[in-house]
Design a protein around this ligand. Structure first.
Ligand SMILES: C[S@@+](CC[C@H](N)C(=O)[O-])C[C@H]1O[C@@H](n2cnc3c(N)ncnc32)[C@H](O)[C@@H]1O
Length: 287
């Protein structure tokens, strides 16, 4: 069958759900993944045809897209900060906002020798990107999900970096310890669960039905639970003048400033993401 005809079927079946541009983007990802072809190939050779066996994964992917399964889970991979990451149902799909968090830490620490801890690592996207770009960093990462840690370890291997992965509950930490004594880390970073159940109404079905709720949701009555626990943890594990970085719920910027102030952090900065939403906060631990 001509590849162009399969593309037309994608549009016919999926445009109504996703819109034409997104379907084009999906199709390009799919032919790149399964056929190692790019968009230009389709333009240059409109009559390019593929075999029945080659067609099969393209039609299987189409069926899953119709069920609104995220393309990243279907293909089992995604790109983050220019690196390839495996993803599965136990890991959140890394988001572009989180790339902005990584970029901010790189701005502050690139070229330095430092010890970093990433809390709630998921795919390992933050920890691995930092380890890749900060040559002399020693990076540890923790997650409560053993299944996520398995994927994160594979991602560290794919991206040829060393990260010390630890399975632990940051609300009741037992195993995550500094490498040498206390007050050890120069950087603690976290993108913890922060979506309140009351915000579920704003979440699209492809996220709600497929991404792990353990990675997303917090109690409506205690939405800063993870941030409080990590601020507390930082009191004993972050060096004086070490920096704490968080990705945050866009609606809770003011509460986060208050929290970091209560925990005695200085030079607190609340930053907006590229869509203009309060998304990142950093603070320096007082010496
Ligand atoms: C919002 S996701 C962030 C994943 C990844 N860091 C990213 O930015 O894409 C939050 C992560 O925190 C983990 N998590 C949830 N509860 C936790 C706990 N009590 N202790 C440690 N990690 C936890 C989840 O398994 C999930 O991987």
């Amino acid at each position: 069958m001509r590849l162009k005809d399969i593309q037309d079927i994608y549009h016919k079946e999926l445009d109504v759900i996703y819109g034409k541009n997104e379907v084009d983007a999906f199709f390009n990802l799919v032919i790149g993944h399964y056929l190692k072809l790019d968009r230009v190939h389709l333009l240059m050779e409109p009559d390019y045809s593929i075999t029945k066996i080659e067609e099969q994964p393209l039609f299987e992917t189409l069926s899953q897209l119709k069920l609104e399964k995220p393309i990243q889970y279907i293909l089992g991979e995604t790109e983050f900060f220019g690196l390839l990451f495996k993803v599965n149902e136990y890991t959140l799909i890394p988001r572009p906002e989180t790339e902005e968090l990584v970029a901010l830490i790189l701005e502050d620490f690139k070229g330095q020798s430092c010890k970093i801890l990433d809390i709630g690592t998921g795919t390992g996207c933050i920890a691995i990107s930092l380890a890749k770009h900060i040559e002399h960093a020693s990076v540890s990462a923790v997650d409560i999900s053993e299944d996520a840690i398995i994927i994160a370890k594979q991602n560290a291997e794919i991206n040829t970096v060393d990260v010390n992965f630890i399975t632990d509950d940051i609300l009741n930490p037992r195993y995550v310890k500094p490498v040498s004594g206390s007050h050890d880390y120069d950087v603690i970073v976290s993108n913890p669960p922060y979506v309140r159940h009351l915000e579920k109404i704003e979440i699209k079905p492809n996220v709600l039905d497929h991404e792990p709720h353990l990675a997303l949701f917090v109690d409506d009555k205690n939405p800063l639970q993870f941030y409080k626990a990590i601020c507390e943890f930082s009191q004993t594990h972050l060096k004086d003048n070490g920096v704490l970085y968080f990705e945050i719920n866009e609606y809770l910027g003011e509460e986060m400033i208050e929290l970091l102030t209560d925990f005695n952090f200085k030079h607190i900065e609340l930053k907006k993401d590229l869509s203009g939403k309060d998304r990142i906060i950093k603070g320096v631990k007082k010496g």
